[in-house]
Design a protein around this ligand. Structure first.
Ligand SMILES: [Zn+2]
Length: 305
């Protein structure tokens, strides 16, 4: 695993230099950056916000599948149309704001057939629990033009439930969807059968991995389900060639699935040692006795006992 950078503020990240940058017009004054990744995948990222979230476009001969819509701080829709003018299906890896912020700008978004995901599509997510995400120091170069921090929220959108195991036929390319609860109840991943790429959403990436959610608004994590989901993915897709992740560096090697599964198991069993975590600025309001961060090689796990 690559070097772990302590995630305490936005900063320019060196790993983007590994990938081929695309010149685009509708990038909202540089807010969005686009990269062409191996396996005919286009990534859109938002490196100026601490979340550093990634959106992926998987292109087939006849249509494309897009995983998530980003934070909703800038309008991603014209950029998506520029990158893929054809037929497009959008699916969310889970309902958190950083993946669903631009959903409302599209006619329809597929979500897991799970009550919390369906409910959020109807209600959106209000500003209050997301207010710290709109703090100016979450932004590398200050606020982008037109962004109103006091109004930041996830707006309601038109959701369509998609079932576990659904296969998208993109034309000479099939992508299989798998439910993977753990980070949140409605989390799912995608497996590209053609290129053997696993799109892991928020369950695998380099950085702080979150297994501490326990509220009505932000949802609930479950470490046991998380481990079960990673075992299910390993058993179902033993031929994964690469893991494309929804935050930070885009690509991780396939053995990261087992590495993160083993780390979670050590946290759950109490054999890993964690440090107390309470940091209101970054949204960790919990009791530091039960809220802990566990450091591993290249990533950490944030967990509430
Ligand atoms: Zn996320």
């Amino acid at each position: 695993m690559s070097e772990y950078t302590k995630w305490k503020g936005p900063e320019p990240r060196p790993y983007y230099a590994k990938y081929k940058r695309l010149e685009v017009s509708n990038d909202c004054n540089g807010w969005f950056e686009c990269y062409e990744l191996p396996g005919d995948i286009t990534a859109i990222c938002e490196p100026q916000h601490l979340q550093e979230v990634n959106v992926f476009i998987i292109k087939g001969k006849d249509r494309a599948l897009m995983l998530d819509t980003g934070m909703g701080i800038c309008n991603i829709e014209p950029l998506v149309r520029e990158l893929w003018p054809g037929e497009l299906t959008i699916v969310n890896c889970h309902r958190h704001f950083d993946h669903t912020g631009n959903n409302w700008r599209f006619p329809e978004v597929l979500v897991a057939d799970e009550p919390h995901a369906i409910k959020q599509a109807e209600t959106g997510c209000p500003h209050e629990p997301l207010a710290n995400q709109a703090d100016e120091d979450m932004f590398l170069f200050g606020y982008p033009e037109g962004f109103v921090p006091e109004e930041y929220c996830v707006r309601p959108f038109n959701a369509k439930p998609v079932e576990d195991g659904h296969v998208f036929d993109l034309g000479e390319r099939e992508v299989e969807l798998i439910y993977t609860p753990g980070h949140l109840e409605d989390h799912l991943m995608l497996f590209d059968r053609k290129e053997k790429i696993l799109f892991s959403g928020d369950m695998i990436y380099l950085g702080a991995i979150y297994v501490q959610f326990s509220s009505d608004i932000m949802g609930r994590s479950d470490i046991g389900q998380y481990i079960d989901s990673l075992n299910k993915v390993k058993a179902k897709f033993p031929e994964v060639s690469a893991v494309y992740t929804s935050h930070n560096d885009f690509i991780m090697p396939p053995d990261c699935i087992g590495v993160i599964r083993d780390a979670l198991t050590a946290v759950k069993d109490g054999t890993a040692k964690g440090e107390s975590l309470r940091d209101e600025k970054y949204g960790y309001y919990e009791d530091p006795v039960t809220m802990k961060q566990y450091q591993f090689d290249g990533f950490s796990i944030v967990y509430k006992e």
